[in-house]
Design a protein around this ligand. Structure first.
Ligand SMILES: C[S@@+](CC[C@H](N)C(=O)[O-])C[C@H]1O[C@@H](n2cnc3c(N)ncnc32)[C@H](O)[C@@H]1O
Length: 241
């Protein structure tokens, strides 16, 4: 991979002037395929300043500690507890590695729930140069759990690696910041599957055709589906395969 960011002058705000450095295959990693490995190990094989977009949807340990899954239905709570958890330290290590592999102006799209949103996520990005540039509420259009109110939404925090800029970088301007999309959570889907169409639109906004989109904790590989639908490539893994 070349360590080079090509920026062309362009006055149109609906054009993207940033290009990913040429991507060459990496020993031991597959493109556009599921692979069973630790996300940190995957990212350590990727060159610095080489990837325009990373999605990260951690398996938050803190939430499981703080919520009473006894109230949430045994089968769902049990299925969540069976997934490998991430402590805050692990999440911080992932985010530092994500910052390293992103190109300047590259984006991290971090999925959080309302507990993380309200209690604060600044600890996750401490020591990095990430800046929050946007927030999307995903209305799942499906009644979730909750004692006081029932959960309908999750949130996507959008961070940018400096330099912070939208013009010439973000090329689609009609994505609403409240997005309704129902995910089929049938037997064949991951319990935390994320909205494929929303992720596809975001991928189209901040990458070019053929670019690489990374997801180091891919779960049911919704990001791979989104990337392929958008004509981009996918590089990612899950510790469970
Ligand atoms: C919230 S889920 C991701 C769901 C995914 N966004 C989707 O749409 O299906 C988090 C995933 O992180 C995985 N995971 C936990 N620790 C990991 C690690 N160290 N490396 C890679 N994946 C990990 C879990 O196995 C779980 O599938």
């Amino acid at each position: 991979m070349q360590q080079q960011l090509i920026t062309k002058n362009n006055v149109f705000s609906n054009k993207r002037n940033v290009e990913q450095p040429e991507f060459t295959s990496i020993d031991g990693l597959s493109i556009n395929r599921r692979q069973k490995m630790d996300g940190l190990s995957l990212m350590r094989k990727i060159d610095a300043n080489s990837i325009p977009l990373v999605f990260f949807d951690p398996q938050y340990r803190s939430i499981l500690d703080k919520q009473n899954y006894g109230n949430e239905g045994e089968s769902r709570g049990k299925r969540q507890l069976e997934l490998p958890q991430m402590t805050e330290d692990v999440i911080v290590s992932f985010i530092k590695e994500i910052e390293r592999i992103l190109i300047p102006t590259g984006h991290l799209m971090l999925w959080v729930d309302k507990y993380i949103l309200c209690s604060g996520f600044s600890n996750f990005v401490v020591g990095t140069q990430f800046e929050v540039v946007d927030l999307i509420t995903w209305n799942k259009n499906r009644m979730g759990m909750g004692y006081r109110t029932r959960r309908f939404s999750e949130y996507l925090i959008i961070f940018q690696k400096p330099p912070k800029m939208a013009k010439g970088v973000w090329q689609i301007h009609d994505i609403p910041d409240v997005w309704t999309e129902k995910v089929d959570n049938g037997n064949y889907n991951h319990i935390h599957a994320k909205p494929v169409e929303l992720q596809k639109r975001l991928i189209e906004a901040v990458t070019n055709n053929g670019d690489i989109v990374v997801d180091p904790a891919a779960g049911g590989y919704s990001v791979m589906k989104s990337a392929l639908k958008a004509g981009r490539q996918f590089l990612g893994c899950d510790i469970l395969g």
